[in-house]
Design a protein around this ligand. Structure first.
Ligand code: PYC
Length: 319
């Protein structure tokens, strides 16, 4: 029998300029699995879904995909698996803000405007406020290395911390770079070189995982109401158009560890295109640091992707 057309229903949104494409229908049915198990299955058996959704000709390097799933945890309203042009990411805050506005668009948010969402690295909560903004209470976050000195070829020695905010980040604070939109090519080149330097020196997250996100900080320029501006390079080589919520969580963990941010104080983090997330931290009953990140997202597309067996690039340009 000839293979048939496949259809994937998706909702597009952007959070502070960073796109999220949520697959709401047409994904694989694995039954009752955790999101960590689902991610392993997606990776090993159904990677075509990732490549079809985020790669060209339908997607772009900047798009983060999100497969909306049922959670195996009865206390959760949904499960989600995030992915990008390179592979699978653990957690994504801008994506969860996008997911919350997508669920609201579909009429699937409860009266409190709140959803508990299972991710491969823990449960997060998204709350939609009356003004349309969304707060994500993220997974526990922490700083694992303080004031690392890293020799980056072509750029000399820089100073940085390493922290987990749902993904692993190198947070570079001591450097000679201009953190400005018109300097993105140089920021990207530096971040790629810094990632190679981490690999060269065998520096990893405290769980042994690769530090695959590089974040560079500077003071916010006059006119931008923020405590700091960042540039974030994602694992697939694209820069985050938003201030990066897991990266902001990592920053909050460093600030708190350094005694520079108390529970409940607000930190305003601008990204490289000027959009801003507000963040604060609280300790949970086990004493773990929980960052909360607030931002805005807008639904900007609703469509059905068609995977025609006759189309050689139906699964994206995945050479
Ligand atoms: O907002 O957490 C985030 C994120 C991770 C990668 C891109 N955005």
């Amino acid at each position: 029998m000839a293979p048939s057309l496949k259809r994937l229903r998706v909702i597009d949104s952007h959070t502070g300029g960073e796109p999220t494409r949520v697959v709401i229908e047409g994904g694989p049915d694995w039954g009752n699995v955790t999101m960590a198990e689902g991610r392993a299955l997606l990776q090993s058996e159904d990677d075509w879904l990732r490549t079809a959704v985020v790669l060209e000709p339908r997607g772009s390097d900047a798009v983060v995909g999100a497969l909306l799933c049922q959670s195996s945890d009865p206390a959760c309203d949904a499960g989600v698996i995030y992915f990008n042009n390179k592979g699978y990411i653990n957690m994504c805050v801008h994506g969860t803000i996008g997911l919350a506005v997508t669920l609201a668009w579909l009429g699937r948010l409860d009266d409190r405007g709140e959803a508990r969402i299972e991710t491969p690295v823990g449960v997060v909560t998204a709350t939609r406020h009356d003004d349309g903004r969304v707060t994500v209470a993220n997974v526990p976050s922490y700083r694992s290395l303080k004031d690392l000195r890293l020799e980056v070829p072509g750029y000399g020695e820089v100073g940085a911390d390493v922290a987990w905010g749902g993904n692993w980040f190198l947070l570079v604070h001591d450097h000679d770079l201009e953190v400005r939109f018109d300097n993105i090519p140089e920021l990207t080149a530096f971040a790629l070189a810094a990632r190679q330097a981490l690999e060269r020196d065998g520096i990893r997250g405290s769980d042994g995982l690769e530090i695959d996100h590089i974040e560079i900080f500077a003071d916010a320029p006059p006119g931008l109401e923020a405590d700091s501006q960042n540039f974030v390079l994602c694992p697939g080589g694209a820069y985050d158009r938003s201030p990066c919520g897991t990266g902001t969580s990592a920053k909050l963990a460093c600030l708190h560890a350094a005694g520079k941010l108390k529970e409940g104080e607000v930190w305003r983090q601008a990204g490289i295109v000027g959009s801003v997330f507000e963040g604060s931290v609280a300790l949970d009953e086990e004493g773990r640091l929980i960052p909360s990140i607030t931002g805005s997202a807008y639904v900007n597309g609703e469509s059905t992707l068609i995977l025609d067996p006759a189309d050689p690039f139906r699964h994206g340009i995945a050479l």
